[in-house]
Design a protein around this ligand. Sequence first.
Ligand code: PXL
Length: 279
Amino acid sequence: MKRILTVQDISCVGRCSLTVALPIISAAGVEAAILPTAVLSTHTQFSSFTFCDLTPEIEKISLEFDKHGLTFDAIYTGYLGSFEQLSLVSELFDRNRGEGCKIVIDPVMADNGVLYKGFTEEFAGEMAKLCTKADLIIPNLTEASFMLGVPYNPNYDEAYIRSLLKSLCSLGTKEAAISGISFDKSKLGVYSYNSETDEYFYYCNDYLPVAYHGTGDIFASSVVGALMRGHSTASALKCAVDFTLECIKATMADEDRRVYGVNFEQALAYYISRLENKD
Ligand code: PXL
């Protein structure tokens, strides 16, 4: 069985980061090892929350993994909250990656043209440096723009997205995928570029006129699960688009839905069967 290490925070309530990554990667039939970077009562979109910083644990845990010869088939990072965490994770990549390990970075820090609480343009620049070590990065359009230091432009065309993807790969990552891309009001999907083969890929499914927090984490986790199940990047991205849509549909159908997070639990059975299709 493949084993991945995912490095991100635990938001106790809020259905994001580790509370999403763990169940989704486990559902894919892949061992999910974790390195929690912080414990928060909820994610930071709530008006108040507790925050216990676990930064001092990162290097200690990474060194122990190394001491026990523990390596990973993939290392997947999500929300990282400080410059120090970026630098420790960069060292962790070098120390714990092992032969053939795929590094997947979701540079969680912004959406809809704005940075999340606590993030700065300087941080986005440092995140871009971490991305030089990745095999695949999965930003949304806002995160891609901040990392490249270009204005957020929601009125894009296909040529613009392709140029962003090329610029992202020139940072050093082999592949980049921008989530939440739409060229038709009724569709939403992902656009990717592989700098080794010089190939672009676009896949979309239906757009539903709602916005729930946490879909980015669901998307990235389901990409990682599919990759570890032997999907190509293109096929993993397709699985993730379809699964995220199912999660949104389940949430919309729930009269008791929360204002935060999506009902991904109700779509896990769909994800498991969707993984059988590797086209
Ligand atoms: O969903 C991304 C995320 C993860 N972790 C924390 C967050 C957010 C987004 O706001 O605040 C703590």
